[in-house]
Design a protein. Structure first.
Length: 304
């Protein structure tokens, strides 16, 4: 595996690969099985795969965990080197100064209008401006054919797809399933923050979302009154599932959103013919966890 730290070196390698299909997996390091599933998928589908490891300060609010975020560069490099097809990997490890050399207050950002009013965006103001900016920069640096993201970050996946559409990138965005622990907890670099007691509580989020999914199908199938707001029942189910088991868990948000736009679905019934993202963020102690599941439309939505 090649390890490079400058944009100039990435572009030099990329120029020599013009006839090859290039995959790209952007990460913030502290690699786990979720990251590795994306990297292995890219290795399987592409001639060469670039992996970036960069903790992007622009997506952290002042009161968030930028300083505490795990930085495990040596361990990450060893993990990548030990992958079966590591000779097809290029690891890009830029410094903050390499990515953002201009210290002026008048920096350029990529901002998706309205995203700070949606689920994760509403909960973390400015987060998506940072994500959108760094991903746009990385796409321009690496110039990949395919990029890989995990479904765990549902609104981020919607945002990346919109950036690619709106800014005319010739990139295929490939969203891969969430990788989970045996008890259902989504793999995340922040899971290492959890104490043993907190870790035992963490699977409640995924369980609550699945109960909400079951409630969605139940209400849609059984209720005769189509004027009922099924969205209300779904949200109530998540709140009840979490609060009845653990009253010390803080719920940041619960979202029922369109799978394509990420916008909240205000009203659900049998005729809604799109996938729905059920998502939520909770806080256990000092650790914030997010998760989601995709619910397909009711079969009757396609009946004539």
């Amino acid at each position: 595996m090649k390890v490079v730290r400058t944009i100039k070196d990435v572009r030099k390698i990329r120029k020599a690969l013009l006839d090859e299909n290039i995959g790209f997996v952007p990460t913030m390091g502290a690699l786990h099985e979720g990251h590795l599933s994306l990297i292995n998928k890219s290795l399987e589908e592409n001639d060469k795969t670039f992996v970036s490891i960069f903790v992007n300060k622009k997506q952290f609010a002042p009161d968030e965990d930028y300083e505490e975020y795990p930085r495990t560069e040596e361990e990450d490099i060893n993990i990548l080197n030990n992958l079966p097809s590591s000779e097809k990997l290029v690891c890009f490890l830029p410094s903050s100064n390499e990515m953002y050399p201009n210290t002026s207050k008048n920096n350029t950002f990529v901002d998706i209008e309205g995203i700070d009013e949606l689920s994760e965006g509403r909960s973390r103001k400015g987060f998506f401006r940072g994500v959108s900016t760094v991903c746009t920069k990385l796409f321009n640096i690496v110039n990949p054919d395919d990029v890989y993201f995990g479904q765990k970050d549902a609104l981020q996946c919607c945002a990346i797809k919109q950036i690619v559409r709106d800014l005319n990138f010739e990139i295929n965005v490939k969203v891969q399933p969430t990788i989970r622990e045996e008890d259902g907890l989504a793999k995340s670099s922040r899971n290492r923050y959890l104490s043993e007691k907190e870790r035992s509580k963490a699977p409640i989020l995924y369980k609550a979302l699945n109960l909400a999914k079951d409630r969605y199908h139940y209400v849609i199938n059984e209720e005769d009154d189509l004027a009922i707001n099924y969205r209300f029942y779904i949200i109530q189910e998540v709140i009840k599932s979490i609060s009845e088991v653990y009253d010390d868990i803080k719920i940041h948000y619960i979202s029922v959103a369109d799978d394509f736009t990420g916008e909240e679905v205000k009203f659900l019934n049998r005729v809604y013919d799109k996938n729905v993202i059920l998502s939520s963020a909770i806080q256990i102690g000092n650790t914030r966890l997010i998760d989601n599941i995709i619910v397909p439309p009711h079969p009757s939505a396609f009946n004539e």
